[in-house]
Design a protein around this ligand. Structure first.
Ligand SMILES: Nc1nc2c([nH]c(=O)n2[C@H]2C[C@H](O)[C@@H](COP(=O)(O)OP(=O)(O)OP(=O)(O)O)O2)c(=O)[nH]1
Length: 149
């Protein structure tokens, strides 16, 4: 049986609803693919606390962790990754790539154009579905109203 690695990722949104995407460096495992920044959950650690810790270590900033967006098990060659991705916001500092090759704010509609770590694909799809739902709500709110609406 392959071992299961518990990993948390953060979909950090800015005011324009762009998402912060991180490119894994050539020297990392799973090199040169995009991911949501985060990392492994330690024994006995709450996933939300692990995420705040990992983002401080990797990006040098502080986030607040919101709702769980996706909960995915993906079987890689080396292990099974249990990846939980949470919505998050910056509360202090600016993200800097301390370990990644690049950080990029990406509009939701452009997410599919990046080459993602395989475990992240269902998460990207979940984000797009949520983005569409929010757009639907906005369309209704912004629709011009007639007097008898
Ligand atoms: N942080 C993060 N990891 C992901 C994502 N998708 C995905 O498959 N992974 C994988 C890559 C790694 O195998 C594992 C996370 O471990 P990690 O971020 O601590 O990175 P690492 O493998 O470089 O760490 P290490 O083995 O050198 O200790 O989960 C994702 O969106 N975010």
């Amino acid at each position: 049986m392959k071992r299961v690695i518990h990993v948390v990722g953060a979909a950090i949104f800015n005011e324009q609803r762009d998402v912060l995407c991180a490119l894994r460096a050539p020297n990392m495992s799973l090199p040169n693919v995009w991911e949501f920044p985060g990392g492994k959950v330690e024994e006995g650690e709450r996933p939300e606390d692990a995420l705040v810790r990992e983002i401080r270590e990797e990006l040098g900033c502080t986030i607040s962790v919101g709702e769980l967006l996706a909960d995915v098990f993906h079987e890689y060659e080396h292990a099974i990754v249990h990846l939980r991705t949470y919505e998050a916001r910056l509360v202090d500092g600016e993200p800097r790539a301390r370990e990644h090759a690049e950080l990029r704010w990406v509009p939701l509609q452009a997410l599919r154009s990046l080459e993602w770590a395989p475990a992240d694909i269902p998460t990207v799809e979940a984000l797009l579905v949520e983005g569409e739902a929010q757009k639907g709500v906005l369309d209704v709110l912004m629709r011009p109203r007639s007097i008898d609406d």
